[in-house]
Design a protein around this ligand. Structure first.
Ligand SMILES: [Zn+2]
Length: 430
């Protein structure tokens, strides 16, 4: 077995051109999101690659023009041996003004040990490496006793529910590796949820009524929804400060748990009192929190603020949390992910990383978010571990270190073979 793995890893070294041809093929298909709905061809290409490597595949629509691919290579004793789920997203970030790019973002350019193009770091490099690893495992005749699953999803860049939809379909595994941009660090993450806070007056008044709402003897108990929202924004700032003082999590700078008032919409016209105001907020929370508890805290606090205002007391704000797509619903959720530092998966992966790279991987928390939280929420121990530096993700002239991509492929070949040939704990006799 060790010989077969060493031979497959040697193949990665000798056939790097094939690896970078795969990256080039994926980069050339501009799966930019937004606007999205453009991943079909890339997903079909990936599906064919997986089929050629012994996977059973399914391509199914999440949105028109944006299908997920879910694939499994069945292990020879899948009931007794451990399964591994590999996850990656096919969509890439917008490119902005292409004149700022030194090379065409959709043509892979290899230069000075780096591969340039949109998605090389985030995360078509990672996807290509997984495809090449799958191919070499098949070619080398490395037998897997446990099932190997691969999910190529859509929509990650626009907060869309590609991975969430996979989990809702019921896929399960004993461990998952999300190959998103981590610079070969093993990471967990904090979470993000967006939400709308809305103040709505049941009455619509003309601007001329304002004096009667705010001056002595006016007699109209009305309110500007915009002015009332200002109180709630101040309340959010108090809560944000309270969180910064009272909550912390190892691996994050203090105060990373922010509440950003990102967008405000309110009022009809200068001739009216604003009868509606909606605030779009972005909430960051720590790995040991979930979005249900965090949003409950915000609601409780803002309803408390409303209790202190004679008008808001009777017209409390309403809340709409999350969403399955920034594009369709103006809402997203990225659940958080804790790392099990003593988990067999993490220890096994770190060992193989050390064998290939010569040094231990850094283990910690991503300063960003990925789809990994959805898999962790399903109860699957999950690790973020992929090639490419986060500073390159979404950047002009995005690139990935070619050696890193080669090493990642070698590490994943060995790790897949290692993990999928471990017996499930319930079958191990002691
Ligand atoms: Zn990504």
């Amino acid at each position: 077995m060790d010989t077969l793995i060493a031979r497959a890893q040697q193949q990665v070294e000798e056939r790097q051109d094939e690896l970078f041809a795969l990256v080039a093929k994926l980069v050339a298909l501009p799966t930019v999101s937004p606007p999205a709905r453009n991943t079909l061809e890339a997903q079909q290409f990936l599906e064919r690659q997986l089929q050629a490597s012994g996977f059973e595949t399914e391509l199914w629509e999440v949105y028109p023009g944006d299908p997920n691919v879910t694939a499994v290579k069945r292990g020879t004793q899948g009931d007794k041996y451990r399964s591994l789920l590999l996850n990656g997203h096919m969509d890439v970030a917008e490119v902005g003004d292409t004149r700022e790019w030194q090379n065409d973002p959709f043509t892979l350019t290899l230069k000075n040990g780096r591969a340039y193009g949109r998605g090389t770091a985030d995360m078509k490099g990672g996807l290509a490496a997984l495809l090449f690893a799958a191919k070499l495992l098949e070619e080398s005749g490395i037998q897997l006793k446990g099932h190997l699953l691969l999910h190529s999803v859509i929509g990650e860049e626009a907060g869309e529910a590609g991975t969430r939809a996979c989990m809702e379909r019921g896929y399960n595994a004993d461990l998952a590796v999300v190959a998103d941009t981590s610079g070969l660090a093993i990471q967990g993450q904090g979470g993000v949820i967006t939400g709308w806070v809305t103040v709505q007056s049941p009455m619509t008044y003309h601007d001329g009524m304002r004096s009667r709402m705010i001056h002595a003897g006016g007699g109209i108990q009305g309110a500007s929804a915009i002015e009332k929202m200002a109180k709630l924004i101040a309340g959010l700032q108090e809560l944000e400060r309270h969180w910064a003082v009272t909550k912390s999590y190892s691996g994050f700078p203090a105060g990373s748990n922010t509440i950003n008032p990102a967008v405000i919409e309110g009022g009809r016209h200068a001739a009216f009192i604003a009868d509606r105001c909606a605030l779009w907020i972005t909430v960051h929370f720590y790995p040991n929190e979930d979005y249900e508890s965090v949003t409950a805290e915000i609601e409780e606090h803002l309803l408390g603020v409303a209790q202190g205002d004679p008008w808001l007391r009777n017209h409390p704000p309403t809340f709409l949390w999350g969403g399955r797509s920034m594009i369709e619903e103006r809402g997203e959720i990225f659940p958080s992910l804790e790392l099990d530092l003593d988990g067999e998966g993490l220890i096994g992966l770190a060992d193989i990383h050390r064998q290939v790279r010569g040094t231990a991987p850094s283990v910690g928390m991503s300063p960003s978010v990925t789809d990994a939280g959805w898999i962790g929420r399903r109860g699957i121990p999950t690790l973020i571990y992929g090639p490419g530096e986060l500073a390159q993700a979404h950047a002009v002239d995005e690139s990935v270190d070619m050696r890193e991509l080669v090493d990642y492929t070698k590490i994943m070949i060995a790790f897949i073979a290692d993990w999928c040939n471990r017996m499930k704990p319930e079958f191990i006799e002691d």
